[in-house]
Write a protein that binds this ligand. Structure first.
Ligand code: NAI
Length: 300
């Protein structure tokens, strides 16, 4: 049955080459992992400086992995040689799977899906790493809605074991089986979820993150909130996590989710002020905390 989340109803399609669109926090992480696991990877962004920054992130992830002994230097170099970059669309006959990881805006994602549909081979599966946007709306931008699904990684990609495989209204069993197969080969634990705003994890996580930002607005100290949350067993407090996610990304996700949760309060005003001031978290060097070379400094 098409509505089933059970994936063993179909054979996965073979995947050798993956196009990752967007070389930011998530795209770079996904491209690094895919190359490390033997896939050939095409990493695409809109400007040379963005793909270069993505490649820098990828090299430092490989450097960390080799220094820990998780991968040999030779294997890391081989993996890096499996990565190619580009700054514009072009026909790519060899791509089996696209993973879109660009900014969390529906219109921009739809434009990417339309381009991918036009330029990637008919056999290619088109996946989005969206945190909360409807897969069906991306599928609508294509002529192959049965080949569109969600492949939602968590941050940081190389550490977080879970991947949500999102089934839209038209997604075929074959597409789900293909995405599940790729997630497994990447060493992840796939969970198949049906399309719904925020899917499973962010639907639960974001009310908690939003409330922590509201507590800051009410005058609670950032470090107090994070310290107390850690006592619940969280590896990281909510505000530090928001910095790692990116305040701009959190603002977009929280906007998508707040009408759903029927909250009278919109996404926290604090997120909007922080984004307007350029304090987007770890990636900009300041958010709730100051950050230097990826290491957390004092709270603001
Ligand atoms: P980011 O802001 O770090 O990177 C986005 C990248 O996409 C930028 O380099 C930008 O230049 C590029 N981009 C924008 N438009 C593009 C286009 N038309 N073609 C190619 N590249 C384009 O964002 P991040 O954090 O990597 O998020 C990407 C996606 O992943 C979003 O949908 C977000 O909701 C989702 N996500 C984010 C997580 C996080 O913790 N940051 C976790 C899981 C999912």
């Amino acid at each position: 049955k098409k509505t089933s989340t059970w994936t063993e109803l179909a054979e996965p399609l073979p995947v050798k080459r993956i196009a990752v669109i967007g070389a930011g926090t998530m795209g770079a992480g996904i491209a690094q992992l895919a190359a490390a696991k033997g896939y050939s990877v095409l990493l695409q962004d809109v400007k040379e400086e963005f793909v270069n920054k993505g490649m820098e992130t990828i090299r430092s992830l490989f450097a960390k992995a080799t220094s820990k002994g998780a991968i040999s230097k030779a294997d890391a170099e081989q993996a890096i040689s499996r990565l190619q970059t580009r700054v514009d669309w072009g026909a790519s006959d060899d791509v089996d799977l696209m993973i879109e990881a660009i900014v969390e805006r529906l219109e921009i994602k739809q434009a990417v899906f339309a381009k991918a549909d036009e330029l990637l081979p008919n056999r290619a599966v088109l996946a989005s790493n969206t945190s909360a946007l409807p897969i069906d709306d991306m599928a609508k931008a294509t002529q192959r809605p049965e080949k569109v699904g969600g492949l939602h990684f968590f941050n940081p990609v190389h550490k977080m074991p879970l991947v949500e495989v999102v089934r839209g209204a038209a997604t075929s069993d074959e597409t789900i089986a293909t995405l599940v197969g790729v997630a497994k080969r990447l060493g992840k634990v796939p969970v198949v979820v049906k399309q719904s705003p925020g899917f499973l994890v962010n639907r639960i996580l974001f009310p908690y993150l939003d409330e922590s930002a509201r507590l800051v607005t009410e005058g609670f100290a950032i470090t107090d909130i994070d310290r107390e949350a850690k006592k619940f067993g969280m590896p990281m407090g909510p505000l530090e996590l928001l910095d790692v996610v990116g305040i701009d990304v959190a603002l977009d996700v929280s906007k998508t989710l707040s009408p759903l949760a029927q909250q009278s309060t919109p996404s926290p005003a604090l997120f909007q002020n922080m984004v307007a001031a350029g304090n987007k978290g770890q990636k900009t060097g300041s958010g709730f905390y100051n950050w230097h070379n990826g290491k957390r400094g004092p709270a603001i």
